[in-house]
Write a protein that binds this ligand. Structure first.
Ligand code: ADP
Length: 297
């Protein structure tokens, strides 16, 4: 049992990860600003934000690759900035850019990663076989990494993060390069794993995690602008999503959620507190509308 852990839950020790007023500056650039949140086992957390919002920086802070400029990160009450091994012994992290080992086969690569993680050979074999099956990669075990498709490499990367059965799983943009079927498979596996773990996935594509996230953290220019359930986020934009047709585009249109050219004109979906156009009709909000609504302030 980890030091500081109090009670057992379904045979697994539940964890609490607390971010206390985290700020990270790169010289004069503030990438993450005063972020506070408390995360628990049993959650699949979707970290959403546009490119440059600070997602990768925040994930690197949680994985102890970076140190915050100020603030504390506590895992079950232990400061992971002062004691990074507390986190390192329990986290599986897949960065956005994974090192390439083109000459190693998938099996050799996974065995190598398992040995770096200190997993015994027999356990490693068992875990690798089971994960290769989960990710539909059994037939790729003898394939050189250099000959694998982007989707295959991404799935191999996720397997690396899962080797050693980490209790905290952090994956930066997990569905990059995956086809729709692979996306669903990966999402379902991570969703299953999150029942007893903390799983954090970052994405700039809201629909990627819409179906599985139980918690949303929305980052905008380094600040946390929403922290709650997907339902709470959707409720924020209730009554503020509109659809209408326009003959042509207007200047300075804000809050455009989608825009589709049709034979009759341009079909607009827009988030706005006020009715944006005479013929606009209110429609139900999606998570994507709600993210836009919150970010547009
Ligand atoms: P995201 O993952 O949401 O795209 P990042 O965390 O990569 O965002 O970046 C957040 C901000 O910090 C961006 O403005 C980016 O340019 C800047 N940034 C990231 N890494 C560095 C770095 N090593 N040095 C300076 N600025 C950086």
């Amino acid at each position: 049992m980890r030091k500081g852990s109090k009670k057992s839950w379904k045979g697994v020790v539940p964890m609490e990860l607390v971010l206390e007023d985290i700020t990270k500056k790169y010289k004069d650039k503030t990438a993450v600003q005063n972020v506070s949140a408390t995360l628990h086992s049993g959650q699949l957390i979707g970290l959403i934000g546009k490119n440059g919002a600070g997602k990768t920086t925040l994930l690197k802070l949680l994985s102890t690759i970076l140190k915050p400029t100020s603030g504390r990160i506590l895992l079950d009450g232990q400061d992971i900035v002062k004691n990074p091994n507390v986190m390192r012994s329990t986290v599986g992290y897949l960065p956005q850019e994974v090192s390439a080992y083109p000459n190693l086969t998938v099996l050799e690569y996974l065995s190598y990663i398992a040995s770096v993680k200190g997993i015994k050979k027999k356990d490693a074999e068992k875990q690798i076989n089971s994960l290769l099956a989960d990710f539909h990669l059994e037939n790729a075990r003898g394939k050189c990494m250099g000959n694998c498709s982007g989707g295959m490499k991404q799935r191999v990367g996720i397997i690396c993060a899962l080797l050693g059965d980490p209790q905290i799983i952090i994956i930066d943009e997990p569905t990059t390069g995956l086809d729709p079927e692979e996306r669903i498979a990966v999402r379902n596996i991570l969703s299953r794993l999150s029942r007893e773990r903390i799983v954090i996935l970052s994405t700039h594509i809201v629909s990627d995690i819409e179906a599985v996230a139980s918690r949303i953290l929305l980052l905008q220019q380094g600040s946390l602008v929403f922290n709650g359930s997907p339902e709470e986020l959707i409720a924020k934009a209730k009554g503020c999503v509109w659809e209408y047709m326009l003959p042509s585009l207007q200047e300075n249109m804000k809050g455009i959620s989608s825009m589709v050219q049709t034979e009759k004109g341009i079909h607009i979906r827009q988030v706005s507190r006020k009715k944006p156009w005479e013929q606009a009709v209110p429609v139900n909000s999606t998570l994507e509308d709600a993210c836009l609504f919150v970010m547009e302030g």
